[in-house]
Ligand binder design. Structure first.
Ligand code: HGY
Ligand code: MN
Ligand code: MN
Length: 415
């Protein structure tokens, strides 16, 4: 691509990211959850951009938005590009969307030149990577890989609406989930461009990097159960305060994880206190635990220690502790050949490449169970993400499109 062409492509990506950011359940913050009216609206708009880039477009049976740009021969296997179109609450506008919009630019450039490659190129906008609505994640990529647990259909959101009901509400048929699964032979590899959501590239002064592996993760729903009581009459040494127990444990989660090192991280992101009244001693606290790390062994060792700590805190305070794991992802290495190919493209456009792990999860985790996956990272300001201050530079997007285009063209040039 000429510098002017890729700059124009980058500006289109920035404008479209702004347009998608306005498709939200609330006007003052970007929140777009799966199987919502906003999800369908975003699919429709992105589908138009895909069509404009010469692609045939469809929505699959779990709500992913899909597009295909044929190769030299109809029906050839495809290099699949993609990322997700759903967001967290009060999100940034590039997490997910950048990968879909840059992929469209790669195809658009081929289309404008009338170029066809040995392989087809497909793009998918996954419907639910974040898990914002139902707590379960990778619904779109697990639909495409045919690895949906049956139990997911009964999982409910905060309003008590199940995945199955939500599917029906947006015109999908829960009985047809398996129709989204693709044959392994249809796709040769999966590539995802994503913002780094961390500080490494920015600290190195680089726009682009190559992902070596995606951290493993464990997510649990934890609960401390004590005794609610009158805040004014129960003496301090008679209390079974569930929130005080949770607070003591949360501080220990932080210090224990820091002590373990090993690039391990732990987060308590959600907490709910019952009855939640100023003059009542909390009787029950539920809280989430999200822990991640590049190797599964140390990750499971940390989890074991944190749960033992919770039991000790509960015992000392004469309250009960329980925990239920609802999400487990193994540490996922990216395909070495794809890492090399992406690294060469990155070095060609920015003079050098940098390989780094991903602390964040991605749809590539599910995709790696069926096909070789590669990821291209682009820096974002201050590594800020999952926040409206998430921002990127158009110049970096232009470089990213160039590198992505080189990698995809090289990969799809042969079968
Ligand atoms: O939580 C994650 O790692 C991803 O952003 N969903
Ligand atoms: Mn995210
Ligand atoms: Mn993401």
């Amino acid at each position: 691509m000429s510098p002017l062409t890729r700059q124009q492509a980058a500006e289109r990506v920035m404008d479209r990211a702004d347009e998608l950011a306005a498709i939200s359940e609330t006007p003052d913050a970007l929140t777009r959850v799966s199987l919502s009216p906003e999800h369908l609206q975003a699919n429709q708009r992105v589908g138009q951009w895909m069509q404009h880039a010469g692609m045939t477009v469809w929505q699959d049976s779990v709500g992913n938005l899909c597009g295909r740009y044929e190769g030299e021969q109809e029906g050839a296997p495809a290099v699949l590009l993609g990322s997700h179109l759903d967001t967290v609450r009060n999100a940034g506008r590039y997490d997910g969307m950048l990968g879909v919009l840059t992929a469209i630019e790669v195809v658009d450039n081929l289309h404008r030149r009338g170029a066809r490659l040995a392989q087809a190129i497909e793009i998918v906008g996954f419907c639910d990577e974040e898990g914002t609505r139902f707590g379960i994640t990778l619904l779109g990529s697990r639909g495409l890989t045919g690895t949906w647990p049956e139990s997911w259909l009964a999982t409910t959101d905060a309003e008590g609406i199940s995945v199955a009901q939500a599917m029906v509400q947006v015109g999908l048929d829960p009985a047809r989930i398996s129709h989204a699964a693709r044959n392994v032979a249809d796709i040769s590899s999966y590539l995802e461009l994503h913002i780094e959501q961390g500080p490494c590239l920015e600290q190195k002064g680089l726009a682009l990097g190559v992902v070596e592996a995606i951290n493993g993760a464990r997510r649990l729903r934890c609960q401390f159960t004590g005794e609610a009581g009158h805040a004014g009459t129960v003496p301090m040494n008679h209390r079974k305060d569930a929130l005080a127990a949770a607070a003591e444990w949360m501080v220990a989660v932080e210090s224990t994880t820091q002590r373990h090192g090993n690039n391990l991280v732990a987060t308590v992101g959600e907490i709910r206190c019952v009855p939640g009244a100023v003059n009542v001693i909390p009787g029950e606290v539920t809280l989430s635990l999200d822990i991640r790390g590049p190797q599964d062994g140390p990750l499971d060792a940390l989890l074991g220690e944190l749960l033992t700590l919770a039991e000790a805190v509960a015992g000392r305070r004469e309250v009960y502790f329980s925990a239920e794991e609802f999400y487990r992802i193994a540490a996922t290495p990216c395909d070495f050949r794809l890492q090399t190919l992406i690294g060469e493209a990155v070095a060609a456009v920015q003079g050098e490449s940098l390989s780094l792990p991903s602390g964040a999860g991605h749809d590539a985790i599910a995709m790696a169970e069926r096909w070789p996956v590669g990821m291209l990272f682009m820096r974002c300001k201050g590594g800020i993400s999952h926040h409206p201050a998430e921002s990127v530079q158009a110049e970096d997007v232009a470089l990213a499109i160039e590198a992505f285009g080189r990698a995809v063209t090289s990969l799809a040039a042969s079968r």
